[in-house]
Design a protein around this ligand. Structure first.
Ligand code: CTP
Length: 407
């Protein structure tokens, strides 16, 4: 659980998106967080404190005059124990108020009274598209950022008022992701990371092809972990039906040749290349432009194959990789003798770090076990969720990079 032991103050201000805050509260609790809900009077017009109390399993605070705290200083007590304050939804009015350091209700009082260096403030704006686009709102957000608040993005789409545009509050799952990201060490800050992920699809004819069972989950988890660690991430993805991760530049490809072209095009600007893709080793020598028809006489078509380029080996042999400006990481999906096979593969591919896993045991699953192999030896990462392993892997990669600016 990514928020285990974290103490989150979830602030609600007036807006229809309060209904989403109820679900967000559940998600935070499920992720292990202790959630203290604080609502403005306006928020209580949209959703009741009773609902939020039931979901958070804690008393909800609304008023700064609430006498339940022995010292009558809820704004101090609650903000001192918080690891973060997340205001979701944050209304235009509430942000305007924060900007001026006003503190005439419990939530704004807490935001002002929080220890700036220790308790981050995350704001999830939610408002009508005209209010969002208004220069006053944009100006306020710029100033709030300058004052140290983290203003999260907004969604685009249908709004409660019937209009369509920017300004919807992000979905609860997205806010949870952003909050978790906020707690990750920024070990790849300023680094550009290129990741290949998923299978490739090699066409035989317009309706058939050859592919493999890679789900792309590990590659997507690595992309998310790298993004959360502060990297600028480009993800070259084979045909997989996974969303996101948000904030990652995604390039969709189908065949190994397309993946090769996309990776080469971006490798020049990358500091790290992580090849998680299960690239098809071969492709049909010539893809038919028309569907191959069954003859009905028992004859089967004979297919000839040619080898696909080895994307990782070629990039690892490039000038930038050999000079240390581009750090290459390979993956090895083996079915047996993991350590021996992966050790040999690391040398064959010419990469400083190779990550081995047992392919059939991990394809499509949400968890995995990894074996890291570099020139120094091996490091075992026991079975865990792919996301947790991806975070550990990112930390290991970061340790091996040249000091920023030195390459
Ligand atoms: N790889 C690649 N291009 C290829 C084949 C593999 O970039 N044409 C990369 C994979 O993304 C992975 C690593 O090389 O990071 C090893 O992939 P794997 O399929 O395990 O190895 P192969 O070289 O195909 O060797 P084999 O299938 O014989 O085990």
């Amino acid at each position: 659980m990514d928020l285990n032991g974290k103490h989150i103050v979830l602030g609600l201000t007036g807006g229809v998106a309060c209904y989403k805050a109820a679900y967000l509260c559940r998600l935070l609790v499920k992720e292990g967080a202790k959630v203290q809900v604080v609502m403005t009077e306006a928020a209580a017009q949209f959703i009741t404190p009773v609902t939020m109390q039931a979901l958070s399993n804690r008393t909800v605070y609304v008023s700064q005059w609430d006498a339940r705290e022995p010292n009558n200083m809820a704004h101090i007590n609650l903000s001192r124990e918080a690891d973060a304050i997340l205001v979701a939804p944050a209304s235009a009015d509430f942000m305007a108020k924060l900007l001026h350091g006003r503190a005439d209700d419990l939530l704004s009082l807490m935001c002002l009274a929080r220890p700036l260096e220790r308790v981050p403030l995350l704001l999830a704006p939610a408002m009508n598209r005209e209010m969002w686009a208004h220069p006053a709102t944009q100006r306020n957000m710029a100033q709030l950022r300058a004052d140290g608040a983290h203003v999260l993005g907004v969604g685009e789409g249908d709004q409660a008022c019937g209009e369509t545009g920017d300004g919807r509050m992000l979905e609860p799952e997205e806010l949870l992701e952003d909050l978790i990201a906020h707690f990750q060490p920024q070990v790849l800050s300023g680094r550009r990371v290129l990741i290949s992920a998923g299978p490739t699809y090699e066409a035989i004819d317009p309706v058939r092809g050859i592919t493999n069972l890679s789900s792309g989950k590990m590659g997507f988890a690595v992309a998310r972990a790298a993004r959360d660690a502060g990297a600028d991430v480009t993800l070259v993805a084979g045909p997989i039906h996974l969303d996101g991760p948000r904030g990652v530049r995604r390039i969709n490809v189908r065949s190994a040749l397309e993946m090769d072209a996309a990776c080469r095009a971006h490798a020049d600007q990358a500091d790290v290349f992580i090849a998680t893709a299960a690239v098809a080793d071969w492709r049909p020598a010539s893809a038919q432009t028309q569907k191959i028809k069954k003859q009905g006489d028992g004859q089967v078509p004979s297919l000839a194959f040619v080898e696909n380029p080895d994307i990782l080996a070629a990039i690892a042999a490039s000038e930038r990789a050999r000079s240390g400006a581009l750090y290459c990481v390979g993956f090895a999906a083996e079915s047996q003798d993991l350590e021996a096979q992966a050790t040999a593969k690391r040398l064959r591919k010419g990469v400083p770090l190779l990550v081995g896993n047992i392919g059939p045991a991990t394809f499509g699953q949400d968890d995995n076990a990894l074996l890291l192999i570099d020139a120094q030896g091996t490091l075992e990462m026991p079975r865990n969720s792919k996301q947790a392993l991806a975070r550990m892997l990112v930390a290991e990669i970061a340790k091996r990079l040249p000091v920023s600016g030195a390459a």
